[in-house]
Design a protein. Sequence first.
Length: 130
Amino acid sequence: MPWCGDSGSRLAPRQRGQDGEDAACERLRRAGLRVLRRNYRVRGGEVDIVARDGHTLVFVEVRCRRHAAWGGAAASVDARKRARIVLAARHYLACAEGAAAQPACRFDVVAIDGASLRWIRDAFDALGRI
């Protein structure tokens, strides 16, 4: 089943994105992660999914494309997008986790190209480097 629609899909982009995030959450849960938040937004940034993997806090970007042409979903997480994710993650850490207890963190990407879902752990670091 294509989560982000196929070439004949009439789903609105927002609905395709929602379906992709639902599929990503299900995949993460099956792998033992606990989803804490979805669509954490701050001025200048957003994290699609905040989850916990043991003692590690995981910030997940979900990208959907109908197909893998032009580099696909994973390639669409460019430096600008990574910076926006890191900004939101820092805000989340400062507000939700408290300054005293900073957990280990990582940045993952769930790339969905049509019906193909690929989970990329440690896709980039807090400086936005791949």
